[in-house]
Write a protein that binds this ligand. Structure first.
Ligand SMILES: NC(=O)c1ccc[n+]([C@@H]2O[C@H](COP(=O)([O-])OP(=O)(O)OC[C@H]3O[C@@H](n4cnc5c(N)ncnc54)[C@H](OP(=O)(O)O)[C@@H]3O)[C@@H](O)[C@H]2O)c1
Length: 259
């Protein structure tokens, strides 16, 4: 399997890092193209993948083509490649580009799937949200799922839910980073060294996420498990409830998606 990125910015680099880092693909099997050839050369060298001068050469090289340009650039970039993309698997990561928009843009019969990955794919702890409606055949879907599954989890959702799922998983990392920073600030306030504070706060978040995925436990039950009656943790939980942590998080998603 050869994978090509059209556009090699933040999202494409995170995907490439995860795929190379996990040895899902070797660097020689991944290529990329972008507008600024010098910048592309530096970025591809850093990931150990191939740089292509043109999108045409890139598409000819690849079996699976990831569309990783900004949403407003998708049409101008893909229009000239329309015929060349027939027979390839087109994987979109462009926000707002759902099945119907690709059906109108690509040649009839082109296999395509729309996704919203998040940046933790770089360390294979990402979420790749996928629109349920796609035009990959069973073998193509298996190849896609096998490859992108190496980057974390592949979560399939219906088209009307793609936006909110993308918000939760794509914007969620910023919310989680705020929480990690705040927990670490509190640790520093109480005397812990800054680097140690980040390390402990981040691992606490990773650990609770891993534990929830492994056990399937209700998050409320996980909270209860560390709150003994009259103990210290419940006092902290009460303080968070008083400051509206939960409603603040829900309001963050509402601010993006509308209420
Ligand atoms: N960042 C995220 O967390 C995230 C999450 C989910 C989805 N996405 C989606 O990922 C896509 C890319 O976002 P990003 O944050 O990675 O943007 P970005 O860092 O600005 O990268 C965009 C890339 O597209 C390239 N490009 C622009 N015009 C091109 C052309 N005509 N031909 C080939 N390449 C071209 C740019 O090259 P030059 O730099 O040389 O111009 C750059 O490498 C967006 O559609 C976004 O919706 C991003």
């Amino acid at each position: 399997m050869k994978l090509g990125f059209i556009g090699f910015g933040n999202m494409a680099r995170a995907l490439a890092e995860g795929l190379v880092g996990s040895r899902a693909l070797d660097g020689a099997s991944i290529g990329a193209c972008a507008r600024d050839r010098e910048k592309l050369g530096r970025a591809t060298a850093a990931c150990g993948i191939r740089a292509f001068d043109t999108a045409t050469e890139l598409v000819d090289f690849a079996d699976m083509v990831v569309v990783a340009v900004k949403p407003h650039q998708v049409e101008e970039v893909l229009q000239p490649l329309r015929e060349r993309l027939v027979g390839k698997i087109v994987v979109s990561v462009a926000a707002g580009w759902t099945f119907d928009r690709y059906e109108a843009l690509l040649a009839p019969g082109t296999a395509h799937v729309s996704t919203v990955p998040n940046t933790p794919v770089a360390v294979c702890e990402g979420v790749v949200v996928c629109e349920r409606r796609h035009s990959l055949d069973a073998a193509q879907w298996r190849a896609f799922e096998r490859l992108f599954g190496r980057l974390g989890i592949v979560q399939v959702v219906d088209t009307p839910l793609l936006s909110v799922a993308g918000t939760v998983c794509g914007c969620g990392p910023a919310f989680v980073a705020l929480f990690v920073e705040a927990l670490a600030d509190a640790a520093v306030k109480h005397g812990i060294a800054r680097a140690d504070a980040y390390r402990m706060a981040s691992q606490t978040v990773v650990g609770m996420g891993r534990l929830q995925l492994a056990t399937g436990q209700h998050p409320g039950q996980m909270k209860d498990a560390v709150c003994s009656p009259g103990g210290t943790t419940i006092r902290g939980v009460a303080a968070l409830e008083h400051r509206g942590l939960r409603s603040a998080v829900i309001a963050a998603v509402d601010a993006i998606e509308g209420e």
